[in-house]
Design a binder for this molecule. Structure first.
Ligand code: GLY
Ligand code: MN
Ligand code: MN
Length: 463
């Protein structure tokens, strides 16, 4: 059976905080760190909105969550490397708070829920740090800007602020079974939401109605947080890569580009589908759709552990070039076009990014200063390890702001047939995005959302 395929069964266990703590500690020790050190992390604080007594939306700090699985604000943790002891500190009972919010989770309940050795209240953080544990008087590992003013590390000989953050960022790239199960569950819920949008599209009069269908489908499955702002773009709005206005009237546009994904227990899904709003592609939109689908399928088929992501991104460009040459939008020699980077005008972003607790997850080693336009926005550089999860999201866009400078540059415009291009502006953009688990020798696609032409047309038409 594939990794964490039965996600409900896997999620009956606990989030593997201890396994993650050990992984992070090993990275620190491998870098020459202190075997007797202590890791210290803080949860995000619950804040109020400015000039208002309502709570601001809360997003747990990912570094803290990775070593605790705890979603509570204002909490703390320590992990003593030598004794393998993970201690969580949760907020104590504050009588004034209980009036409004009910009783908080008790240390006993927290100990039962999370994969930890001990749970105390946050009143005990400083005494605990000062106590004569085996780790005292050694090194404390923390994240510089994530240590509250009232926290004291007085009993530690060394305070180390440069290793913990990269240790967690590196560790997060390869996922445990539990993390894969969470991403899988988020994908299943988001898939239902995508399908519901396809079914509702033909009757919609405005993009915002379709955004509402997506959000409702997630919230009613208890996935209350989105991993990112949904992109619900009809027609030419699809050419804006991160369009978030989502409020244009739907009239005669042909395609809808929907890039949306919910979060489950801090883990993201990130899915894009593009489909004809009334169920009928135009000749032009279908031709572009088929090129993007081909780019995506061939790239997914080429993936396995150890593959160089940069080369898969190049493969996507080569398929795009062939497709655009066949349509006559591009003209000339495929290799010369590839070398001139002309396809970047139509596919300006990277092929994908790691996915996990963040939509654009840690550890990608992007180089946003790369002088090569083909790689500047590639969020992952280098080889992909087994158990990483990466999005594969090729696209072709007809964005005047991006393409027009190419038309004005003689070295680029010689490869573009402006007359043929004229027919394609109304396509807007096509992107297809799945979440792919890398394994030894291949992949597993975690995104079950329909994408074949006949499937999506049927869903839209049957409503
Ligand atoms: N939804 C943002 C992205 O695909 O990267
Ligand atoms: Mn993405
Ligand atoms: Mn996306």
């Amino acid at each position: 059976m594939a990794i964490a395929e039965n996600y409900d069964e896997v999620l009956q266990g606990k989030y593997p905080a201890k396994e993650h703590a050990r992984k992070v500690a090993k990275w620190i020790i491998d870098k020459g760190g202190d075997k007797n050190g202590t890791i210290y992390l803080e949860a995000q604080k619950q804040k109020l909105q400015e000039d208002n007594d309502s709570e601001a939306p809360f997003r747990q700090r990912r570094y803290f969550f990775y070593l605790s699985g705890c979603e509570l604000p204002d909490s703390y943790l320590t992990y003593e490397i030598a004794t393998d002891k993970l201690t969580l500190f949760v907020p104590p009972v504050e009588p004034d708070e209980v009036i409004w919010s009910g009783l908080p989770m008790s240390p006993k309940e927290a100990k039962a829920k999370y994969d930890i050795d001990e749970c105390k209240t946050t009143k005990e953080v400083n005494p605990h740090l000062a106590s004569e544990t085996e780790s005292a008087r050694s090194t404390i590992y923390a994240i510089q800007e994530q240590v509250s003013d009232d926290i004291t590390f007085l009993s530690y000989n060394e305070k180390e602020f440069s290793l913990l953050k990269p240790a967690i960022e590196y560790s997060r790239v390869t996922k445990s079974d539990y993390e894969i199960a969470l991403i899988r569950k988020a994908n299943v819920i988001s898939t239902t939401a995508h399908v519901n949008v396809m079914k509702a599209a033909a009757k919609a009069k405005n993009e915002c109605e379709l955004e509402a269908v997506f959000l409702k489908s997630c919230v009613e499955r208890n996935a209350k947080n989105q991993a990112y702002h949904s992109i619900v773009a009809a027609g030419e709005n699809g050419a804006t890569l991160h369009y978030v206005h989502n409020a244009d009237t739907i009239k005669n546009q042909n395609l809808l580009l929907l890039d949306a994904g919910c979060e489950v227990d801090c883990y993201a899904s990130d899915i894009t589908r593009t489909f004809p709003i009334k169920g009928d592609f135009t000749t032009e939109s279908l031709a572009i759709y088929n090129i993007v689908l081909d780019m995506q399928k061939q790239c997914i088929d080429a993936l396995k552990a150890g593959v160089l992501w940069d080369s898969i991104h190049e493969l996507a460009h080569k398929i795009a070039i062939k497709g655009l040459l066949d349509l006559g939008i591009l003209k000339g020699d495929a290799q010369a076009i590839f070398k001139a980077r002309t396809s970047v005008a139509f596919f300006p972003h990277g092929l994908g990014h790691y996915l996990g607790m963040d939509t654009h997850d840690t550890g990608g080693n992007a180089n946003y200063a790369d002088k090569d336009s083909m790689f500047r926005y590639l969020r992952v550089r280098g080889t992909l390890p087994a158990r990483s999860v990466i999005t594969v999201e090729p696209g072709i866009y007809f964005c005047r702001f991006i393409i027009e400078p190419y038309l004005k540059d003689a070295e680029q415009s010689k490869f573009i047939d402006e007359k043929v291009l004229e027919k394609y502006w109304s396509v807007g953009g096509v992107r297809i995005e799945d979440n792919i688990l890398i394994v030894e020798g291949g992949v597993e696609n975690l995104t079950p959302t329909p994408k074949e032409v006949d499937e999506i047309v049927k869903l839209v038409k049957e409503g």
